[in-house]
Design a protein around this ligand. Structure first.
Ligand code: AMP
Ligand code: GLY
Length: 425
């Protein structure tokens, strides 16, 4: 079978690597892909938002399965375009991807169906939002309704900051139309957990847990980023919490989407905060997390093509989802200055150190070829993942492997997975 993956980041590289392990697959394409993906798949020069060109390519090349990695095309309705042409595609339709595309929609859904989440109000005009803030308790959280590359969330400690935040989102429109409407949400605290789940419209099967590190600097300081590193599983997500989430969050979300006529097929990413009042949903995404995929997929034992086909066919119940009894850590190597100003085009060396090394991976996020050299081409450049018998060993291995790669202005956090030291496991 031929498989096409749509996207160009570390997440798509991890998906491509997982698909490459399937015995049913003899050819992989990735659009547009990157320099690392080019080592495993044939990269196709079509951008993720060019739905008709992608569907033409899938038709002409007899692609048996297309996997959509990124949020923008999903929210924009790429799955509907493929389905109208009779093409097999993995991901939610536009009417279901809205669970990520609109935070106001997802908050209203949770409220309507009693799914635990932080208290909130939605606002369409800055005047009403500003008036509401006058009596609100600080800190408080402002969220742009639409997609904003994970950067449309502002945690405000004072009334002044919150007012300035409303201006940034709604008046200065820093995130464009994503900020036309905002959610103002109660500030909650606790460890964060990402649980990625396979869904077939009716059934939902959670994968092993992971934790991201969103801030740019050590000790969770600095600006929010797309994610600076992950580990899996997280010891904070124990059996009891897992049971609670399965009964009160995951299945109720599937049922709620079905009741709304928005059957969800694909990956539902549930971002949770484990508060003293119990787990609460921070956000939903309609695709694999990045860099969560880089620690979860290497630990999955199943053939990913089987699992995705079962989702499309409504037969997820027949799949016995299994993960290795070990751990993985991913450290993102970024360009110094990310997520603000940084330079690109720096030559990267050391990839050969990963060759033939079982349990070590270098996933490309922002790279490209310049002649026969691979150069940096983004803020997040690479995700170095290593497995280990437990989290401590995986962390040691991952940090050792970060030393194998060299490029000018290489930057990473030094405390990925450090939170696990607080937990006795
Ligand atoms: P989101 O994109 O909604 O997951 O938000 C990005 C990050 O902001 C989360 O990973 C949290 O660290 C933080 N955050 C979001 N909502 C809240 C909240 N209600 N209280 C505290 N922190 C939050
Ligand atoms: N790592 C967070 C995300 O993919 O949205």
């Amino acid at each position: 079978m031929k498989v096409l993956i749509v996207g160009s980041g570390g997440r798509e590289h991890a998906i491509v690597a997982s698909v490459a392990k399937s015995s049913q697959v003899d050819k992989i394409y990735c659009a547009p892909g990157n320099a690392g993906i080019a080592g495993v798949a044939e990269c196709v020069d079509i951008q993720a938002m060019e739905f008709d060109r992608l569907a033409d390519f899938a038709q002409e090349n007899e692609i048996g399965l297309t996997i959509i990695g990124m949020d923008d095309p999903l929210v924009g309705g790429i799955v509907d375009v493929f389905e109208e042409r009779g093409l097999r595609v993995f991901g939610p339709r536009k009417n279901a991807a809205i669970i990520e595309g609109s935070k106001a929609f997802s908050k209203d859904l949770m409220k309507k169906y009693g799914i635990p989440t932080a208290a909130y109000e939605n606002f369409d005009t800055p005047e009403v939002a500003l008036a509401y803030l006058e009596t609100a308790k600080m800190p408080i959280v402002l969220k742009a309704d639409g997609l904003a590359l994970g950067k449309g969330v502002l945690i405000c400690n004072t009334l002044e900051e919150a007012k300035a935040g409303v201006k940034t989102l709604m008046l200065d429109k820093q995130f464009g139309d994503a900020g036309k409407r905002i959610v103002i949400e109660e500030f909650i605290t606790g460890p964060e957990v990402s649980v990625l789940c396979y869904c077939d419209g009716t059934h939902i099967k959670p994968m092993t847990s992971a934790q991201d590190h969103k801030r740019a600097k050590d000790n969770d300081e600095g600006l929010n980023t797309g994610g600076m590193g992950t580990f899996s599983p997280t010891p904070f997500y124990d059996k009891e919490i897992q049971k609670f989430c399965e009964e009160k969050v995951f299945q109720p979300t599937m049922d709620a989407m079905k009741a709304e006529g928005r059957d969800f097929v694909g990956i539902l990413f549930v971002g949770l905060m484990l508060t003293s009042d119990g787990p609460k949903v921070l956000e939903y995404n309609a695709r694999f997390g990045d860099p969560e995929a880089q620690v979860v997929l290497p630990r999955m034992k199943n053939d990913i093509v089987d699992v995705m086909n079962a989702c499309i066919d409504g037969k997820l119940e027949e799949i016995d989802l299994q993960f290795e009894d070990n751990a993985a850590v991913c450290v993102v190597l970024a360009s110094d200055g990310y997520p603000e100003h940084y330079e690109k085009g720096k030559v990267i060396t050391g990839f050969e150190n990963f060759e033939g090394r079982e349990g070590y991976y270098v996933f490309h996020a922002g790279t490209k070829f310049e002649g026969d050299k691979i150069v940096t081409n983004g803020g997040r450049v690479l995700g170095v993942t290593a497995k280990g018998g437990d989290l401590k060993e995986a962390r040691k291995n991952a940090y050792a492997a970060t030393e194998w790669i060299t490029f000018e202005n290489k930057y990473m956090r030094n405390d990925i997975g450090k939170a696990i030291d607080q937990v006795n496991n």
